[in-house]
Design a protein around this ligand. Structure first.
Ligand code: PLP
Length: 376
């Protein structure tokens, strides 16, 4: 049997029950389950606002759009970000004509506060922090830097559903937090995401922008009988970015089991840790102190990564790489060489299979093959 990197697990009957409710009610779109999911998400995270989206990518774009409007940033505004992330993180900066400035990562593969501070200029307006694999890294030091230099903070929490820091869901410190519930994230739906603004006005604006800029309040005010439903106002050139009730229904079920599922991910990670303990050829990327990680990823660092990857494939084990140093991509090559540690790490990292269908025997098999290859 092959062992895949990711494979989502759904409580099928419970998901179908949620979807059935939508179909029977005749309500599959915005509203109904999307509202329920938003309420549950706020309750779970303790964050003030939550708006359900069709992806995290659009959420990151909206985060920059709205902060840029609110804080009146010019197009020369610089956003400090990491090169070790999925490209949608950095594309979001470019969508809004802002300038990504790359800072290096630390041993947790998250932004290194020292290098971030060194890269702050007069034009710096915000820091975008990515909790890679569910790890919080030195997030709290980044929060302090934002206070010291009066910068906005955007948290890309695409891997962080359920991550806690010192016993609490992080994010309340940030101006905006964006989660992904894409098909193979640790809270999978099929495609969707959540955006959580600190500021209620931003949340209000975001809700208009995710539905073409339509201001629903106009018709809500004009009649309570609904006869003037068509008579809304359009305040902005908005988008079609909101989520739907089918996805939210699946999300509601997934959220119920999130802590339980993450606990099993932690068990898998512990088995990996134990398997690699004391091995000089394999360095497991550690979770930061105080962080109770969602364990979206289990990452090791090895010398001959590409060869190891191919060797594992031959044994039907399919790991992945999260991520390639973004400055290697043509789009971001202007920044090549600015983050040596990220570059070094990205040539050496391998994400091992990590999903709920794995048993201890699967972890043992992966460990055995990795250990065997790296000792050759
Ligand atoms: C997956 C991912 C995203 C984008 O999420 P989507 O919901 O697929 O748009 C953003 N940032 C990171 C770090 C991701 O891994």
């Amino acid at each position: 049997m092959s062992i895949q990197l990711f494979m989502p697990t759904f409580r099928v009957e419970e998901c179908l029950e949620e979807i059935r409710e939508c179909l029977e009610k005749g309500w599959t779109g915005l509203g109904f389950k999307t509202v329920q999911f938003e309420e549950k998400w706020k309750e779970y995270t303790g964050l003030e606002n939550a708006h359900f989206l069709n992806s995290a990518t659009v959420g990151l774009g909206l985060a920059f759009k709205i902060l840029k409007m609110q804080k009146e940033w010019g197009d020369d505004a610089e956003i400090i970000t990491t090169p070790l992330t999925f490209v949608s993180t950095n594309h979001a900066i470019l969508y809004e004509d802002l300038k990504p400035v790359f800072a290096d990562v630390d041993e947790f593969m998250c932004l290194d506060p020292k290098d971030v501070e060194a890269k702050i200029t007069d034009k710096t307006k915000a820091i975008l922090f990515v909790g890679i694999g569910g790890n919080t890294g030195r997030y709290l030091e980044i929060v302090e830097l934002c206070k010291k230099y009066d910068l906005a903070l955007i948290l890309d929490a695409a891997h962080m559903a359920g991550t806690r820091l010192n016993g609490k869901i992080p994010g309340g410190e940030a101006d905006v937090v964006v989660y992904s519930f894409q098909a193979v994230k640790n809270l999978p739906t099929a495609d969707s995401g959540m955006i959580c603004f600190k500021d209620k006005d931003n949340d209000d604006l975001c809700r208009k922008l995710t539905w073409l800029g339509i201001n629903k309040d106009t018709y809500a005010r004009s009649t309570d009988k609904g006869a003037y439903k068509w008579k809304y106002d359009v305040e902005h050139v908005g988008y079609k970015y909101h989520g739907n009730s089918i996805m939210a229904g699946i999300g509601l079920v997934q959220l119920k089991y999130l802590d339980q599922d993450n606990a099993y991910r932690k068990q898998l990670a512990l088995w990996y840790d134990q398997g690699f303990e004391g091995n000089e050829n394999i360095r497991s990327v550690k979770v930061a102190p105080g962080c109770d990680s969602s364990r979206h990823l289990y990452v090791i660092e090895v010398d001959k990564r590409d060869e190891l990857l191919l060797a594992l494939n031959e044994s039907e084990i399919y790991p992945g790489v999260h991520y390639r140093d973004n400055t290697e991509y043509r789009m971001y090559s202007h920044a090549k060489g600015t983050c040596p540690n990220s570059h070094y790490i990205s040539e050496r990292i391998l994400s091992l299979p990590m999903h709920l269908r794995m048993q201890k025997s699967d972890v043992d098999k992966v460990v055995e093959h990795v250990v065997k290859f790296t000792s050759m």
